[in-house]
Design a protein around this ligand. Structure first.
Ligand code: 1HE
Length: 266
């Protein structure tokens, strides 16, 4: 995560089946400008076309300092709402697209940076990561999906605390809150994220699609509707040739078994 990768605001690399995106504006702490959001949009589209999972990380000492305040300061209300809706579209494509996203977090994960991380499916933080929503201090409100996604991750009451008081949350607290699923030592977030993305890339594509698109929608439904949709999704994934081959591979002992935890770890 040291250094930068040339002039482009986003670096893009395909490592096997995993697309790796780097926020490449370390001199501005990877703040997201209109140019950056369009570069993310392009990279997301490319990743969906050629990868089976993706990782996003930030160059320099921070993952992302959020919205580019220098650009935002001179925007009209209409320009601001257009910008917010564009973030929603781009982050929505990540959250409910066709491939799983893993974010590797370190340093500042604040404002729009936290909203971006909230759009990924798995968050890995190293011990330097910290989380904040300083929108209140800047006189603005979240606009990148935070009131929906970040509020659901940490709970609206915790998000209100962050926004009202300027509280900064450590990586450790974020893990306890369930905001990040993995906490790793300093400098190890990207490697861990890559390993997790590779694992997810090995799943059946339709199973991953169901996790990305049915699971979050079911959370918005009544229990009865949720169970109904689950059955439909379940039969749809089972009816694919890939599912049949994977089931047969297990039955014929060609598939890898689950690793059974040792007794001391249970
Ligand atoms: C920026 C931004 C930015 C840094 N927009 N330029 N986000 C915030 O309110 C967080 C603001 N940033 C910070 O609190 C700090 O920069 C950090 C804690 C992240 C890092 O501190 P540090 O000491 O390493 O860097 P710095 O000296 O503060 O910043 C280095 C440069 O990056 C400096 O520019 P320079 O030209 O003077 O070198 C900063 O101005 C610039 N910079 N952050 C623009 N965010 C869709 S709605 C979402 C709403 C939000 O995201 S609100 C939260 C915005």
């Amino acid at each position: 995560m040291d250094g930068t990768a040339g002039e482009a605001p986003i670096s893009y690399e395909l490592r096997g089946a995993v697309a790796v995106l780097g926020l490449n504006r370390a001199e501005k702490r990877n703040a997201i400008s209109d140019r950056v959001i369009e570069a993310i949009a392009e990279a997301v589209q490319r990743a969906e076309a050629e990868a089976r999972a993706a990782v996003i990380f930030g160059y320099g000492d921070h993952f992302c300092a959020g919205l580019d305040l220098g650009e935002h300061v001179s925007k009209s209300a209409l320009e601001a709402v257009r910008g917010s809706r564009r973030w929603h579209a781009v982050f929505g494509q990540m959250e409910r697209g066709t491939i799983p996203w893993v974010s590797a977090l370190h340093g500042a994960v604040v404002g729009g940076g936290l909203e971006l991380a909230s759009s990924t499916h798995i968050r890995v933080a190293d011990s330097t990561a910290f989380f904040a929503l300083p929108e209140g201090q800047r006189g603005i409100f979240v606009g990148g999906g935070g009131s929906v996604r970040t509020a659901r991750l940490m709970g609206a009451h915790r998000m209100a605390d962050l926004m009202l008081t300027g509280r900064v949350v450590s990586a450790d607290e974020a893990e306890r809150w369930g905001v990040v699923q993995y906490l790793v030592p300093r400098g190890e977030a990207l490697d861990k994220a890559l390993a997790l993305a590779e694992a997810a890339a090995g799943n059946a594509e339709m199973s991953n699609y169901a996790v990305l698109n049915a699971l979050p929608r079911v959370q918005d439904m009544s229990s009865e509707d949720g169970l109904f949709v689950e059955s439909l999704m379940s039969s749809l994934t089972s009816a694919t040739p890939e599912a049949e081959e994977r089931l047969r591979a297990f039955l014929e002992k060609r598939a890898k078994r689950l690793e059974i935890p040792k007794e001391g770890d249970r």
